[in-house]
Design a protein around this ligand. Structure first.
Ligand SMILES: CC(C)(COP(=O)(O)OP(=O)(O)OC[C@H]1O[C@@H](n2cnc3c(N)ncnc32)[C@H](O)[C@@H]1OP(=O)(O)O)[C@@H](O)C(=O)NCCC(=O)NCCS
Length: 135
């Protein structure tokens, strides 16, 4: 089966998928870039990032329950780090992760992120992670 992770050109499609994946969570914004994961024609995930100038922020990632554990999030992290490197002038990539989200923590650290308490965003129940320099 073909697996693809492609840029989403249709903001409304991204909005609809985000609502399905994150229910009541606030929409990250039309200025974020969205990628959609598909297995064949079936949508199995969505992720996003935003170029903030000096930094790129990885804002969201979700994979459907049925497709979890197949490396999608790992691929989503790699895709967005590569985008930061090739399409932006950012010096670092940052994100955050719930402290109990062990799959995400595993994947982020494996991708070169480090836990960084001085990061510009730090929510109480999450931990900030930074990757620098961009490869
Ligand atoms: C978190 C989430 C994105 C992970 O997506 P995924 O595509 O299943 O992740 P991957 O398959 O790339 O990798 C998961 C890794 O975590 C590991 N993992 C799974 N459960 C784990 C646990 N309890 N403790 C440690 N590692 C764990 C897996 O073994 C795998 O590593 P491996 O490739 O070495 O086997 C997905 O579960 C999800 O969408 N959750 C709901 C939304 C969410 O939490 N988003 C994250 C916002 S940062």
């Amino acid at each position: 089966m073909t697996r693809s992770l492609r840029l989403c050109e249709d903001v409304q499609e991204a909005r609809d998928l985000h609502r399905l994946a994150f229910r009541g969570d606030a929409w990250p914004g039309d200025d974020h870039v969205y990628w959609i994961a598909r297995e064949g024609s079936k949508v199995v995930g969505i992720c996003s990032a935003v170029d903030e100038g000096e930094r790129v922020f990885l804002s969201r990632a979700a994979v459907t329950v049925a497709a979890q554990g197949r490396g999608w999030q790992r691929r989503m992290i790699a895709k967005r780090v590569l985008w930061a490197l090739t399409e932006t002038q950012a010096a670092e990539v940052f994100t955050y992760c719930r402290r109990d989200n062990l799959p995400s923590l595993t994947n982020l650290i494996r991708a070169g992120f480090r836990i960084h308490v001085d990061s510009p965003r730090f929510y109480g129940f999450t931990m900030p992670l930074v990757r620098r320099p961009i490869p």
